[in-house]
Write a protein that binds this ligand. Structure first.
Ligand SMILES: *Cc1c(COP(=O)(O)O)cnc(C)c1O
Length: 374
């Protein structure tokens, strides 16, 4: 069994992908070819955002967003410790300081009440509160209505880390449309993935879009050898854009299948009597189910479940086994165990099971039967 079945997906679009790749091979514009604009236009329209700026990865998307917003030394940027390293890594890379805020135990996303309290605590310190990076973990958007109000009250910018949530909905709005700049990733395992690395920034702000377009090509000005600012080589490959155009054509259909698979899991686990916490569905939200993540009773229970599944050739994963405040790379921030109890508790109990649009009910039943017995 596959954790994410990319082969089944490829089979369903093989001819179209190959034709689109061939088109690129023939026109030969491997850097910033016509497929780049086409993809940006399609995804901007889909999210309802004015500008889409493609780039080399989800990590670089957040980096470009922070650079465009002027992040640097002395800035406190608030984010979740229960996420992939990339979210906070780029804050540090720019010399700004990640300030972690614990998560909501039901959604795994940043807890707005704790966010407000932490921002207030950071007023009148050596660091100046500047921005928030909210993460839409496992495909479920964070609570942007509250986050945006808090940001406005404290004069902070908001970045949406939508690396896992492209396609999700929040109160009638699409993921990647909910912040000053939103970022997504096209890493192969994400809901909309390419065949390598890729990412995209979204914004309604004309100036921020212009700056990010410049930053991704070495800070270019009116032409390639006119450089207005320090930037990066952060473009998306034309070939990846072509592949994404093909994958995007089946994306809405795949989202329905993901939703259906999630529903089936939830039904299959509803008869379980072994104290599992399965994902919540929140009114007004629609997840893209990047992962179906479950909390076991405790660490030992999780180990038991994982090994039983492994014996049956069923892969599982742990997102994330170590919250960011306990990572060696962030030791310099001075956090310690116990600082973010919800994140720490989740990291000990959480595990994810196979989740993709091509999952068969029989396989889901097999997985649930094993888990429900333990
Ligand atoms: C995958 C991911 C990223 C980084 O995306 P890449 O394309 O791998 O650089 C950032 N944030 C979150 C939450 C992610 O899951």
């Amino acid at each position: 069994m596959q954790f994410i079945d990319l082969k089944a997906q490829f089979k369903s679009i093989e001819a179209d992908v190959q034709q689109k790749i061939n088109t690129v091979l023939e026109h030969g514009q491997f850097i910033m070819g016509p497929e780049i604009n086409e993809l940006e236009d399609q995804l901007a329209k889909y999210t309802g955002v004015k500008h889409a700026v493609s780039c080399s990865s989800g990590t670089d998307a957040i980096l470009l967003a922070l650079m465009a917003l002027g992040a640097g030394p002395g800035d406190a940027i608030f984010t979740s410790p229960f996420t992939f390293i990339a979210t906070a890594e780029v804050i540090s890379l720019l010399g700004a300081t990640p300030v972690f805020v614990d998560i909501d135990p039901l959604t795994y996303n940043i807890d707005p009440a704790k966010l407000e309290a932490t921002i207030v605590k950071f007023k009148n310190t050596a660091l100046t509160p500047r921005g928030i990076i909210a993460v839409d973990l496992f495909g479920l958007p964070a609570d942007y209505d509250l986050i945006n109000i808090i940001a406005k009250n404290h004069d902070l910018y908001v970045i949406e880390d939508g690396a896992q949530s492209f396609g999700a909905d929040y109160h009638g709005k699409k993921s990647c449309s909910m912040a000053d700049i939103a970022c997504t990733s096209f890493f192969p395992a994400k809901p909309l993935g390419c065949f390598g690395d890729g990412g995209m920034c979204f914004t309604d702000d004309d100036n921020l879009a212009k700056v990010m377009q410049s930053l991704r090509v070495h800070g270019k000005g009116s032409h390639k050898y006119d450089n207005e600012r320090i930037g990066i080589n952060g473009r998306l490959d034309t070939l990846q854009a072509a592949i994404l155009l093909s994958k995007f054509s089946i994306f809405p259909k795949e989202l329905k299948k993901r939703e259906n698979a999630a529903k089936q899991y939830t039904e299959l686990f509803s008869s379980s009597r072994n104290q599992l916490s399965i994902p919540v569905t929140v009114n007004g939200y629609r997840s893209v189910w990047a992962q179906y993540s479950i909390l076991a009773k405790d660490e030992a229970h999780r180990a038991l479940i994982q090994s039983a599944l492994k014996e049956n050739d069923i892969p599982t994963a742990i997102y994330y086994p170590k919250p960011l405040h306990l990572q060696t790379a962030f030791k310099y921030l001075g956090y310690k165990e116990g600082d973010f109890p919800v994140s720490e508790d989740c990291s000990k109990r959480i595990f994810s099971i196979p989740m993709h649009p091509y999952l068969e009910w029989e396989d889901q039943k097999k997985i649930a039967d094993i888990i429900n017995q333990l």
